[in-house]
Design a protein around this ligand. Structure first.
Ligand code: T1G
Length: 679
């Protein structure tokens, strides 16, 4: 097997080139080739400078994540980089694409770094529950300082070449089309000069002069770091870069890295990395399926969902024709979209030109006929089957052949909707989550007759509009809401049996969900759908509404709220629930938080098992992708199915049995066989 690394001579410069698609990951063969290339360069006196670059779409994009968890194989990247850095011959990293993780560390080990304007550099290891393991946390602060290094290492977002230049991470921005030539010229210009070694840099002293920066960083980023181990380790490593020698700091980094590498959090986050990518693949739709071009999108309904959905396409530069039945509804909808964009611009996350650009490709209309030439039409009208069927019947008449007709329904039967048209093959569900312009999850609901090219097209389109898509079969609630209903059922049952409703919320908050069900009820409004008859009380919600406890907007719901909307458990609610339970003949008892957690989460796992058994999800990791992106399941546990594997399916089954909760055959058989849901 030829090495993915080759060397090419350009006069007195040796160019080391990696050609290992898709992303030149630093797997064993690449590391071996790189080490050999460096050995060749350093051992040949006629070579006076070195350039390292990559073919394909990107400079090295990091270690090969598929190797993690396996016995490490040489050569060690840190040692290779130390050998390279120790040379007196100038070594230049020529960067394009995304120099990430180990790739960025290779660049840091070089004496110089040049990049094309479109390049990005970053240390995203924390997104895998890790920190850099090849001296990145020690070299980076010595070049750019602790303050600039902290967000790169502890948050992990990449920075553009322009920012990298401004903080001194790269030495020069070169031409998009002349990277190699410019890098060689740059290398030649450094021959004969003392080489700068990042390991000897001292820009990191800002972390020593002002040790408060680390606590300030933690305070600023606390919320998004909550529950994750890696960011704190990253901060400790950057701190070490200022307070220790390079050798001691590298040792400290290695200790922190090794601990994280063997952690469940990192295994969970590496699971998610591949799960998100796998979810975009449909097993029985070939990857080379011809796509339907989508140059114009139609949106029916300018309400909260319709407007939010439309914004996804407008922001991606795809024109949208938005249809409403009445002018005032249409104007209200487009007004809300503009306001949302302007709020984003005020926060500096969009320019006013981008706002005008997005709104400039929006065409509001009251005429169905204006949808005729759309390649994709999405309806986001009232959740009623008759209304949906009427809309799809009209679309079938008006819209050109070959266009995709999608419903944003959150639970209605896509097959029944498709049957209202003469083109069921072109009907698909696109279930966005509110707020649709923010939430990343898109459940693609595959009807019995939905065509492969329609599915392939919407999966590709989901990436273009910044969504994470997973395919669901047609069943009530699809994947996410179907599992959520099981959790909600248990939450209501638990408080009937005497569990404190605030304990139910707190168990989920302690698990690092963003919110519990009763807090959510208060936020949304308990009186949504209430019949307004206080004498008719058949549920706890109706009992609260009868008592005027409509939720946050009324200053009281399940909780009492102060002016700052801080919540306090209410004795009145506790007794309303107890009275209702007594009336219903349900005895009450104290219920522990452990029982609450098991009864909230284990039935969700069992429902996920049924979803798999029925083929409503392609794979267990798709269910994890749905819950992490649509419902705030904490990423560092990997999602419900990976989490169940870490608990042990036998323990999940034992817990369900203990609480007299149903266990599907599929789950019980997997548990008895000692199997897992996820790899
Ligand atoms: N290892 C293995 N496979 C990888 C990979 C990696 N690092 N990065 C991408 N792939 C695969 C991916 O699974 C997919 O495969 C294909 O490449 C295209 O990826 C030593 C320890 C580079 C920005 O975290 O962020 O270095 O599905 O669909 O949208 O201290 O991939 O086609 O079979 O994502 O254009 C640090 C992870 C590792 C970067 C490209 N590096 N990758 O995005 O394509 S830890 C990372 C990405 C480390 C050091 C530490 C993105 C991308 P398939 P893709 P993309």
């Amino acid at each position: 097997m030829p090495s993915p690394i080759r060397t090419e001579r350009r006069d007195n410069v040796l160019v080391i080139v990696s050609d290992d698609p898709p992303v030149n990951a630093l797997g064993q063969t690449v590391r071996e080739g790189l080490a050999k290339g460096i050995e060749e360069a350093l051992g040949d006196d006629s070579v006076e400078a070195v350039v390292i670059r990559c073919d394909g779409r990107t400079f090295f994009a990091g270690a090969d994540i598929t190797e993690f968890g396996k016995p490490p194989e040489g050569p060690s990247l840190p040692e290779t980089l130390d050998t390279m850095e120790a040379s007196d011959k100038p070594v230049v990293a020529a960067i394009h694409g995304t120099a990430l993780g180990g790739g960025c560390e290779v660049a840091l080990g070089c004496h110089y770094r040049v990049a094309v304007p479109s390049a990005k550099l970053g240390l995203p290891e924390v997104k895998l529950g890790l920190i850099p393991g090849a001296a990145g946390t020690q070299r980076l602060p010595r070049i750019v300082g602790a303050q600039a290094a902290l967000p790169m290492v502890a948050v992990g977002n990449p920075i553009p070449a322009s920012k990298a230049k401004s903080i001194g991470l790269i030495d020069e921005i070169v031409g998009e089309g002349s990277l190699e030539a410019d890098a060689i010229a740059f290398a030649k210009s450094k021959i004969g000069q003392p080489v700068p070694r990042s390991s000897e840099g001292n820009a990191n002293q800002d972390g020593v002069r002002n040790p408060d920066i680390f606590d300030e960083f933690r305070a600023k980023n606390g919320r998004k770091m909550r529950g994750f181990d890696a960011p704190n380790a990253a901060i400790e490593a950057v701190k070490a870069a200022g307070s220790m020698s390079y050798a001691e700091g590298v040792k400290k980094e290695r200790e922190l890295f090794t601990t994280l590498m063997s952690s469940t959090q990192s295994a969970a986050m590496r699971h998610y990395f591949f799960a998100e990518r796998a979810a975009n693949k449909i097993d029985d739709v070939p990857a080379d399926t011809a796509l339907i071009p989508v140059k114009k999108v139609g949106l029916i309904g300018a309400g909260t969902m319709g407007g939010g959905i439309a914004m996804n396409f407008l922001s991606a530069g795809i024109p949208v024709t938005m249809l409403e039945m009445k002018r005032d509804a249409l104007d209200r909808g487009t007004g809300t979209m503009r306001k949302n964009y302007e709020n984003t611009a005020e926060r500096g996350r969009m320019t006013s030109e981008q706002v005008e650009g997005a709104m400039g490709i929006l065409t509001p209309t009251l005429e169905y006929g204006d949808l005729a030439d759309c390649d994709l039409v999405i309806e986001a009208v009232y959740e009623n089957m008759d209304v949906k069927k009427e809309v799809f019947g009209k679309l079938d008449e008006v819209v050109k052949d070959g266009a995709i007709l999608a419903s944003n329904t959150s639970y209605l039967d896509i097959d029944e909707i498709a049957a209202a048209t003469g083109r069921p093959g072109y009907v698909v569900g696109l279930h966005f989550f509110s707020p649709a312009n923010i939430m990343k999850l898109l459940e693609v609901v595959r009807g019995e007759k939905t065509r492969g090219d329609v599915l392939a097209t919407v999966m590709k389109l989901s990436k273009k509009i910044g969504k994470v898509a997973a395919v669901s079969g047609v069943c009530p609630g699809f994947i996410g809401n179907r599992m959520l209903s099981k959790r909600q059922e248990q939450a209501n049952q638990l408080i009937m049996e005497g569990a404190n409703y605030w304990d139910v919320d707190d168990v989920l908050l302690d698990f690092d969900f963003p919110m519990g069900p009763f807090q959510m009820g208060d936020l949304a409004g308990i009186d949504i759908g209430w019949h307004r008859d206080p004498s008719k009380v058949t549920t706890i919600r109706e009992a609260l509404c009868a008592a005027g406890r409509f939720g946050q907007k009324a200053g009281k719901g399940y909780y009492d709220y102060d002016e700052a909307r801080q919540r306090t458990p209410s004795d009145e609610v506790k007794s309303i629930i107890a009275d209702f339970a007594t009336k219903e003949g349900t005895p009450q008892r104290n219920i522990s938080k452990d029982e609450i957690r098991e009864r909230l989460l284990y039935p969700m796992v069992d429902e996920g098992a049924k979803i798999l058994d029925e083929g409503m999800a392609q794979r267990a990791s798709d269910i994890d992708v749905v819950w992490i992106n649509g419902y705030g399941w904490p990423l560092y546990t990997g999602g419900p199915m990976f989490w169940a594997d870490t608990i042990g399916l036998d323990n999940v089954v034992a817990g369900l049995d203990k609480h007299d909760l149903s266990v599907s055959d599929y789950l019980r058989k997997k548990a008895e066989a000692g199997k897992r849901f996820t790899a």
